[in-house]
Design a protein around this ligand. Structure first.
Ligand code: NDP
Length: 344
């Protein structure tokens, strides 16, 4: 069976591709933006005969998946749509974040019904950002579940990069559910939306860590703490949920085989953290990192007692496997960073 993975060069997508190939059951076609990236990933995956690439240069353009689906669409059984911009810094957030997320999703859905009507399942990598705003999450009276939607409007999203990213995920996911309703005749696939909180864990390939450079947006939070000093500004009020990258990848794979996940929105979160939680783990497990900002050790408990309840027990039960805990995830992330930096 053939699985199409959009945005195959991404942090999460590389783990998805790896896990798909490990099963020995699937052929994988990944989309990347350039031939150079296709060549790089062919080499990284050691010319695996079950892996091939197509080029989709820019998902902002409507119809961006037409050319490649026109050629290979008939082969595809499953689609995992992960490609979407994930960064916060931009001078034109509509052009850089909202339009690519929404147009990319529209384009792949339209190409699916046009050129790949036999596709059985379509999994969209949405986000907890599509579920709740930071304000909703900060109100201790709230209980957030898979039924919640971030209420942000397109206009509100234009004010800054963080709001625009949150909105880009909301509008892209919503479009999938609306598309399925509006095209019930042609769209025969089952849809699942995966909504992960902050995804941490090692890069599939060490080469993605370049000393002195930033990591992907979510892992950069840990990287910045590893390289922090007492003088670094660390926002101890910031908090979120965490999930390991391997568990997010596994969640995508489960959707291919577990029909109970059809039509569902899944929140992938093990538990909550603050930057203090991560600092305390780093300082305990890597005592040699003597410069790392101390913050106020243990203060995360008080902060987390005062935020909304994230109740994703339905998703956890449906997925049925145990998620990794933060200590293990932070250790693996930091170990890889230090291993690469010590080689320099
Ligand atoms: P990455 O930035 O590593 O991956 C994003 C992928 O999308 C890359 O392959 C990137 O290509 C591709 N992409 C972005 N913009 C375009 C564009 N305009 N045209 C074509 N391709 C594009 O991020 P992650 O792996 O972390 O994120 C993957 C998905 O998971 C995203 O949808 C993100 O919103 C979602 N997510 C991530 C979370 C996290 O904490 N990491 C949490 C919740 C959701 P290229 O490599 O060439 O830039």
């Amino acid at each position: 069976e053939v699985v199409f993975v959009s945005g195959a060069s991404g942090y999460i997508a590389q783990h998805i591709v790896h896990q798909l190939l490990e099963t020995g059951k699937y052929k994988v076609i990944g989309s990347v933006r350039t031939q150079k990236k296709a060549d790089l990933f062919k080499e990284r995956f050691k010319d695996n005969k079950d892996l091939s690439f197509v080029i989709v240069p820019d998902i902002s353009l409507l119809g961006s998946f037409d050319d490649c689906f026109n050629k290979i669409g008939h082969q595809i059984d499953y689609i995992l749509h992960t490609a979407s911009p994930f960064f916060f810094e931009s001078k034109d957030v509509e052009k850089d974040l909202l339009i690519p997320a929404v147009n990319g999703t529209k384009s792949i859905l339209e190409a699916t019904v046009k050129y790949a009507p036999q596709v059985k399942k379509f999994v969209v990598t949405s986000s907890y950002a599509a579920v709740a705003t930071f304000a909703m999450d900060s109100d201790s009276k709230n209980i957030i579940t898979e039924k919640d939607w971030n209420p942000i409007t397109w206009e509100e999203a234009l004010s800054n990069g963080v709001d625009a990213y949150y909105a880009s995920k909301k509008f892209a996911e919503k479009q999938c559910w609306d598309f399925l309703k509006e095209h019930s005749e042609e769209a025969k696939f089952k849809l699942t939306a995966i909504c992960p909180v902050f995804v941490f864990g090692e890069q599939l390939f060490d080469e993605d860590i370049v000393p002195g450079h930033k990591l992907n947006t979510s892992c950069e939070f840990i990287n910045a703490l590893v390289h922090s000093t007492e003088k670094s500004p660390v926002d101890l009020t910031m908090f979120g949920g965490y999930i390991s990258v391997q568990d997010v990848a596994r969640g995508h794979l489960e959707c291919l085989t577990n029909d109970n996940l059809d039509g569902k929105r899944l929140i992938l979160s093990e538990a909550r953290f603050t930057f203090q939680t991560i600092i305390d783990i780093i300082r305990k497990d890597f005592p040699e990192l003597t410069n790392v900002s101390k913050g106020v050790p243990g203060s995360d408990k008080k902060r987390l007692a005062d935020v909304a309840t994230l109740d994703n027990h339905v998703s956890k039960e449906l997925l049925g496997f145990k998620f990794k805990e933060l200590g293990e995830i932070v250790d693996e992330t930091v170990n890889q960073i230090l291993r690469v930096e010590r080689k320099e």
